[in-house]
Design a protein around this ligand. Sequence first.
Ligand SMILES: Cc1cc2nc3c(=O)[nH]c(=O)nc-3n(C[C@H](O)[C@H](O)[C@H](O)COP(=O)(O)O)c2cc1C
Length: 197
Amino acid sequence: MNTLIVYCHPSKKSYTFQVFERLKAVLQKQNLNFEVSDLYEMNFQSDMSETEYEREGFIKTELPIPQDVLAEHAKIERADCIIFLYPVWWSDCPAKLKGWFDRVYSVGYAYGQNDLFPKMKTLKLGLIICTAGHPNAFLNETGIAQSMQNIMLNDRLGKRFEQKEMLILGGTLELEKVIGHHMQQIEEIITKIKELS
Ligand SMILES: Cc1cc2nc3c(=O)[nH]c(=O)nc-3n(C[C@H](O)[C@H](O)[C@H](O)COP(=O)(O)O)c2cc1C
């Protein structure tokens, strides 16, 4: 069972980075293989070029797919599970990760139109892990948690993953109150990968 972690945060001083370090330590402890796409570290380009747009928008699959996108396709094909890890910014993922979906989910690869069928493999497990300043209770009461789940699980992961789960590590504005529970939740979610191995 190979896991790809798509990690998106600009700072090593962040709480999300601590979660990233913990996640990797738990995977290692469980002897689970993983590779990482650290989007800021890689300086991943999140905005589409005009040619890329024309490939998507007009389904011109004869246009080339850029090398950095092909490299992400190769990582997806090597994986059985993808973990997306990021902070919630304005009730969504950071723009750089949104750009990963815009560009890496190429037409003819991650989705099809007309008679074009997607080539992307179906992965066993997709996990969304995000940190959020607001407590989970607030995100649930306002419906923001459900909106994020709907977009992430039903649209962005969609049918590309057999099993899907989203973990919102909320309440980071009062970190000392939640960090213990968060770390326990990280351990628990990794057992799902172990169970599928
Ligand atoms: C630009 C920006 C926008 C944010 N928007 C939200 C938001 O919409 N909802 C929320 O709960 N927290 C929001 N936060 C708080 C972050 O989710 C929180 O800082 C993060 O999860 C944990 O901090 P870290 O940056 O140290 O990893 C925002 C933070 C920033 C910097």
